[in-house]
Design a protein around this ligand. Structure first.
Ligand SMILES: [Zn+2]
Length: 145
């Protein structure tokens, strides 16, 4: 599957990771699913990282904040298309913890690596329901204007 995102929104989520460096940023991607399951991002909603025990390598979005974002998205005819967070001084690859804490099947999980305060790579992974367990599948990011 693919995640379509306007260049300005991709830039916005990457900048968020630079702003919170050396801590992780996190947020929600609001968008639309087409009939084939492809996602188009319409808005990037930055969230506060509520993890205080280990904000360098953990992120957590307040559930009540997530409920509010979902409600507003649905009122606008959109849905939650995915989530994003940053990996300060770590590769843009999902971790075992990322997979364990991901629950939204079909959604995109976007990770940006931030090295020395600068956003480097941004990758997207779609959470898949598997026979035995869930898994992340690499996903193409299609940048539009
Ligand atoms: Zn992570």
């Amino acid at each position: 599957m693919a995640l379509k995102i306007p260049a300005a929104l991709l830039d916005q989520l990457r900048r968020h990771g630079e702003q919170t460096y050396p801590y992780e940023c996190c947020g929600v991607l609001v968008g639309e699913f087409d009939s084939a399951g492809r996602k188009t991002v319409k808005a990037v909603v930055p969230c506060g990282n509520t993890r205080t025990d280990s904000p360098q390598n953990r992120y957590h979005i307040d559930p009540s904040e997530l409920v509010r974002i979902q409600r507003e998205a649905m009122l606008a005819g959109s849905d939650i298309a995915g989530f994003y967070h940053s990996h300060p001084d770590h590769p843009a690859q999902w971790s075992v913890t990322d997979l364990a804490e991901a629950h939204w099947t079909g959604c995109s999980y976007v990770i940006t690596s931030v090295e020395n305060g600068r956003a480097v790579l941004t990758n997207s992974f779609q959470l898949q329901d598997q026979v035995k367990d869930k898994d992340f599948e690499n996903e193409v990011i299609e940048v539009s204007n």
